[in-house]
Design a protein around this ligand. Sequence first.
Ligand SMILES: [Zn+2]
Length: 282
Amino acid sequence: MLVSVIYHEDFGSKGHSVLKARIKPSFEALANSGLLEGDDVQVFEPEPAPLKLVEKAHTPEHMESMRSESYNRMYYDVALLSAGSVLKAAEMVAKGEAENAFAYTGTAGHHASPGSCWGFCYFNDVAIAIMRLREMGLERFLIVDVDPHFGDGTRNFFGDDPNVYHINFNHQQSSNFDGIKNNYDVGIGFDAKDDTFLSELESAMEMAKNFDFQICFVIFGHDSHADDYGGFELTTVAYPKMARIIKDAAGGKGIVFVLSGGSVPEVASKAIPEVISVLAGR
Ligand SMILES: [Zn+2]
């Protein structure tokens, strides 16, 4: 079972100032874990996402703002490379070249809408990847956004699309499921702990099993950790358990993990190798 890890050193040197410090230490922890010594976990380098595809996802106004506004322009190249990382991960899984994948990024994507962006996000990497997979003939996707912040950009892309089932963890006090449009907002409040998070994930994945998806994207924000900035109170023990729940529910269908929020190197250095280890069936 090949897990492809998509990584570029620019994510650590040129990524968003809040997100980048975790990149290099976590990749070194992955190398030191021994996981890369077999054939079942391999590292690949991404190319920037093709402009033609990015321009299909985002409005001309947003593209112009990315090129001209100084606070966007400084991350333009690394945002294209981040989208390219998710694209390569998704393509490898869709083509059967890898069974599962983990895409490192230097900027995040789930707060990027067709015409705007905020929150360390510039281009919606998962939306761009889904557009490419649809060009390849795939149609139905499950998105599991476990980043504690509501993925408003992704919802703006796919909220009305019943062929994209969007599980979206957030800080609300209650959950809401729209079974027509397949949007499931999982509100577990601020300060949510491992047991709440994992049991809500388990029931959401149980429901999603009835949706006949072809590929599962996991928007993996470890800003959900108690030591990180996202407002949940998870511990590192939760992340491999999370990956196991998703993998069991996916039943052998391809899973693409997409690195999202999170800043603390120690959290990333523990969580990322352990998640990849679960994806590899270790
Ligand atoms: Zn977040």
